[in-house]
Design a protein around this ligand. Structure first.
Ligand code: NAG
Ligand code: NAG
Length: 250
């Protein structure tokens, strides 16, 4: 991603913003968190395969909720109550996209994502919705693939959007063939996470690698893009990471 003007400027801006945020991060919970599926059995099952519709906000959020739940045990040694699970950044960012209306249909040709229409709908025409698709499906499916989710690789499938089906991948094997490098980076993160001697700072590095690989390899697939969007996305990610970092050792 050679598009960024200056990391220094971004970092400085983000750092001050995140300090305020970090101090009350633990009070935050993503919107509709309680209503979102928290275990596989909350989803529909077809022939032994869990079916997730990631174009509906709580169902996509549920992927994060299960991921946070299943990874909690690896973060216990850093803090109680899953507070230091660095994956919190993902659902928090997604929640912010939802609350700020970024997941709605920007063309306004449908009521997808609007309070007056289908509020919970995530539009495939939303740049944020598309990028977040990869930032939710790939980490989730890689976790399934790493064997930490308690189900086998073929046991979960995501549903395609109403159009542009070819832009995305929907299960462990197809995401592996489309994004081998990114899936391997996420796998590396989960592998390291399972190591009893894992260090918080190194976990952040693995996570950062997986994050940036996801954006590098998928950003071209998302609908319309602009500088401002990338800037905001990166700033947001950096903020989240600094926020966690700030809470602990840095
Ligand atoms: C948390 O931060 C938000 C936004 O800066 C602020 O409005 C809110 O009052 C803070 N909450 C607490 C408990 O400090
Ligand atoms: C994980 O989910 C189960 C079942 O919903 C729940 O009982 C448990 O408290 C959750 N664990 C964490 C750490 O959130």
């Amino acid at each position: 991603m050679a598009v960024l003007p200056s990391w220094v400027h971004i970092l400085v801006g983000c750092f001050s913003a995140s300090l305020a945020w970090a101090s009350n991060l633990s009070a935050l919970e993503p919107p509709l968190w309680k209503e979102s599926p928290g275990q596989f059995s909350d989803y529909r099952v077809e022939n032994g395969v869990y079916i997730v519709d990631p174009w509906v906000f709580p169902e996509r959020m549920g992927l994060y909720k299960i991921l946070l739940n299943q990874t909690a045990r690896y973060f216990e040694k850093f803090a109680p109550e899953n507070e230091q699970n660095i994956l919190w950044g993902l659902p928090l960012q997604h929640g912010w996209q939802y609350s700020s209306g970024r997941l709605a249909d920007p063309t306004r040709t449908t009521s997808c994502g609007y309070a007056s229409g289908d509020k919970l709908c995530i539009s495939v025409d939303s740049w944020w919705g598309d990028l977040n698709y990869f930032l939710s499906s790939l980490p989730f499916l890689a976790a399934v693939d790493s064997g930490i989710m308690g189900i086998s690789s073929g046991q979960v499938r995501l549903l395609p959007p109403p159009k542009d089906e070819k832009k995305f991948c929907y299960d462990v094997s197809s995401c592996h063939s489309s994004y081998p490098e990114t899936m391997n980076k996420w796998n590396a993160f989960y592998q390291y996470m399972q190591s009893p001697s894992s260090k918080f700072n190194d976990l952040l590095k693995y996570l950062w690698d997986a994050h940036t690989s996801t954006l590098d390899h998928t950003a071209a697939r998302a609908s319309t893009k602009s500088w401002g969007h990338f800037f905001l996305l990166f700033c947001n990610l950096i903020c989240l990471m600094i926020a966690f970092c700030h809470q602990t050792v840095c």
